[in-house]
Design a protein around this ligand. Structure first.
Ligand code: ADP
Length: 310
């Protein structure tokens, strides 16, 4: 089956000089995908590029088979987008806001109103739909953003931090609605979040992004599969220089205490790669031990390392 999103070597450097995405290449299958990364990882930048709201500095790609630099209006008509920030017009009610979103997608006033009520019912919004949206709680605002994103039956739904600010009960309901859309309407969903359980509970596929780079892209099944072969390596010298070189060769690493790293990979035990990278980094290896660690532990560690760095 064709991927719903394809990106090839996408780089985005902002006018401040900040490199928000660095040579990102991805193929996202249809179904439910989570993009997991700490704050500042580049998730919103990627979404804006997918929606044609930002131009990449270089690279190319397609959304639903449409080239990013060709028909952005067509892409936006086929995609529903729930932004992280609030989106409502002060003074107008929830139902008017969703009706307006449907009208922007080309539906008549009457059809837009019918659709607005239908999706607000689906989102569990009761009589508060008639109140001005600026009086809403965080949970109601999330429902409203979700409703406006799905009112035109998009083929692909992009959700930026959909459970942000929700209490545990509301979070479960939001994740259940997302699954229902995928199962009942065959809608593909791309969820961007920094919350690992949101991805584990909902998604089939996961992309891990940190510091503007894709660290891993695989099925959640693999993520939760038994521990992967890895190597624990201790060095004498600057561990960060060594880690940088290992990462730049495409290996996921976890920092441990005592100047040591866990490096994930099947092919590391019997190869000379480690020794070669150590020489390149100007460090000496003091021990090299085969070990096993589950990928979700590793992903959690990648996320928490980045969170501490930010
Ligand atoms: P995320 O959504 O994962 O939190 P963002 O894509 O919002 O990350 O941001 C990635 C990095 O790019 C951050 O360091 C952020 O400060 C920077 N950034 C985002 N938008 C801009 C902008 N308009 N101008 C300059 N830097 C930006």
């Amino acid at each position: 089956m064709d991927p719903i999103i394809s990106l090839r070597s996408i780089t985005k450097r902002y006018h401040t000089g900040h490199l928000a995405l660095n040579d990102v290449s991805l193929e996202i299958p249809s179904g439910l995908t989570g993009m997991l990364g700490p704050n500042g990882a580049g998730k919103s930048t990627m979404i804006k590029i997918l929606l044609g709201l930002l131009k990449p500095s270089s690279g190319s790609g397609e959304v639903l088979g449409i080239p990013l630099d060709k028909d952005q209006v067509k892409i936006r008509s086929l995609v529903g987008y729930m932004p992280e920030d609030d989106c409502y017009i002060e003074g107008i009610s929830g139902v008017e806001m969703v009706q307006f979103a449907a009208q922007l997608n080309g539906y008549t006033r009457t059809e837009s109103l019918r659709r607005a009520h239908e999706v607000l019912d689906f989102c569990g919004m009761e009589q508060e739909r008639y109140r001005p949206a600026d009086t809403y709680s965080t949970g109601m605002r999330q429902k409203l953003k979700f409703a406006q994103a799905i009112v035109h039956d998009p083929q692909l739904l992009i959700l930026d931090e959909p459970t942000s600010g929700l209490d545990p009960g509301e979070r479960q309901l939001m994740l259940r609605r997302i699954k229902q859309l995928s199962e009942r309407l065959d809608m593909s969903v791309f969820i961007c979040t920094h919350i690992l359980p949101d991805v584990q509970d909902t998604c089939d596929y996961v992309v891990v992004i940190a510091a503007g780079e894709v660290r891993a892209a695989d099925t959640v099944e693999t993520l939760q599969s038994p521990p992967s072969p890895s190597v624990e390596v201790s060095v004498i010298g600057n561990i960060e220089d060594f880690q940088r070189i290992v990462n730049s060769n495409g290996y996921v690493t976890v920092t441990n205490a005592n100047n040591s790293l866990t490096v994930v990979g099947n092919d590391l035990i019997d190869s000379n790669k480690m020794w070669h990278w150590a020489t390149e980094a100007g460090v000496s290896i003091s021990s090299l031990t085969p070990t096993r660690q589950s990928l979700d532990q590793i992903f959690l560690q990648v996320i928490s390392e980045e969170d501490h760095a930010n």
